[in-house]
Design a protein around this ligand. Structure first.
Ligand code: NAD
Length: 414
């Protein structure tokens, strides 16, 4: 069976919720495609003296609620359609979280594992040069995503400000704090996910402590979430990254795994658990499964193996619609991406607010505001889900689409 693309998943979700909400075809048609897409091709000199041409995208999906905003992904399999889907999810996510911004996403087709540091820097700087005309605090604010940690955001803002000839830190999220970044931004998405999980468990009279957890994706989001959960007494029995999957029924030493991955770029060769296949990873008998890598990981062909009681989506679109239907039909609680991973977007927004005021908050202040925000978002979604008897994802989309459609109507867009 062909793997469902992120775009196909996003469109199915839109059609499903759009129909339920009675949205007109005119509105759905506008949401199906982004407002503006930029494809760039740029030459970069490699360390061996040869020139290689790279492809990048910046897609601005919908600006009804404000300047567009969303991360930048560097991945070898990045495609225009994937970036469109991700930009669309950002529109929904920002609206749900009450962030005064529309949705956007960027991508560079490249394998960071195959580039030297200086090659990667040249690729990033060229990309920013190419997209800078559509960037800006009042236009479109890129941020981090897969393959774009803080160090890369430092190159991004430097290139942007050099081209502009002035400082404008608010035009980019996820910068190092000394360059105008928010404290705690680099751990915000993983921390936010844990706040949401704790809130859900709290409503059930349960705690994180003692829960068994499996995390796919061991980067910024998955690594942070796993470490916090371990610190709160959960047992992380499975972790996986692009290089493989590991299982340890006694619980992993997550910090050790993170240090190993930081030094070696991937977990390959790590001795912290037994090596298992990705099929075995998704079949692990655990309380909580956190897909925190890439899209379309829990699908029609592997969902029947999933034994977790709670799936909390860290990655964007990791569960295809048919897999979701199966999980919900089998009593699994699915906390959707746009609720669980919105902490990064929220803190990017906090970063912009701090940049505009040039007044910065302490880490404790950022995390306190983040927790309040995440709990507020989750509670709103939970309430609508209970009232309308719909799954959490549908409830979240209904809240978000209602705001977007109202803003589109006020702007006379239909
Ligand atoms: P990252 O680059 O820090 O880490 C990505 C991790 O996923 C790595 O461990 C990598 O090895 C693993 N991975 C990549 N491809 C894989 C594959 N095919 N199979 C298994 N593992 C694979 O990225 P991140 O920031 O942690 O982002 C992870 C996910 O979270 C993405 O879907 C991203 O869109 C989403 N997300 C991130 C943020 C953020 O602020 N960082 C915010 C919202 C959503």
């Amino acid at each position: 069976m062909a793997k469902k693309t992120a775009y196909e998943t996003a469109m199915e979700q839109l059609d499903l919720v759009g129909k339920r909400m009675g949205l007109s075809e005119t509105v759905i048609e506008q949401l199906r495609e982004p407002e503006r897409s930029l494809k760039v091709r740029f030459p970069v000199r490699m360390d061996d003296g040869k020139v290689k041409t790279f492809t990048g995208y910046r897609v601005q999906h919908n600006s009804a609620l404000g300047p567009t905003k969303g991360g930048t992904r560097i991945h070898p399999e990045e495609s225009y359609q994937d970036v469109v889907a991700l930009s669309f999810w950002m529109t929904i996510k920002n609206a749900l979280a009450g962030i005064p911004a529309g949705g956007a996403k960027g991508g560079i087709v490249a394998d960071t594992l195959k580039l030297s540091d200086s090659e990667l820097e040249r690729v990033c700087r060229k990309y920013v040069r190419e997209i800078r005309l559509v960037m800006g605090t009042r236009k479109d604010i890129p941020g981090p995503d897969i393959g774009t940690p803080q160090k890369i955001m430092g190159w991004f803002i430097d290139e942007y400000e050099q081209c502009l000839g002035e400082h404008e830190p608010g035009a980019l999220a996820g910068k190092p704090p000394l360059l105008g970044g928010s404290l705690a931004r680099n751990k915000a998405t993983g921390t936010g996910l844990v706040y949401v999980l704790e809130r859900y468990l709290g409503l059930q009279g349960e705690k994180v402590e003692g829960k068994t957890v499996a995390v796919q994706g061991f980067g910024n989001l998955g690594g942070t979430a796993a470490q916090i959960l371990e610190g709160k007494g959960a047992k992380v029995i499975g972790i996986a990254d692009v290089s493989g999957a590991w299982y340890n029924p006694a619980g992993m030493n997550v910090r050790d795994g993170r240090e190993y991955a930081a030094q070696n770029k991937v977990l390959s060769g790590w001795a912290g658990g037994d090596v298992i296949s990705m099929e075995e990873f998704f079949a692990l008998d655990c309380d909580v499964l956190i897909p925190a890598a890439i899209q379309s990981q829990i699908r029609g062909d592997n969902v029947e193996q999933v034994k977790a009681k709670i799936v909390i989506e860290g990655a964007n679109g990791p569960t295809t619609p048919e897999a979701e239907e199966y999980l919900l039909g089998h009593g699994v609680v699915l906390i959707p991406d746009i609720v669980a991973n919105v902490g990064g977007a929220v803190t990017s927004y906090f970063e912009m607010v701090q940049d505009l005021y040039m007044y910065f908050w302490s880490e404790a202040e950022v995390l306190e505001r983040l927790q309040k925000h995440m709990v507020g978002v989750f509670d709103g979604v939970w309430q609508v889900a209970q009232e309308k008897g719909v799954p959490l994802r549908i409830a979240a989309w209904m809240i978000a689409l209602d705001k977007i459609v109202q803003a589109m109507e006020m702007r006379g867009r239909f």
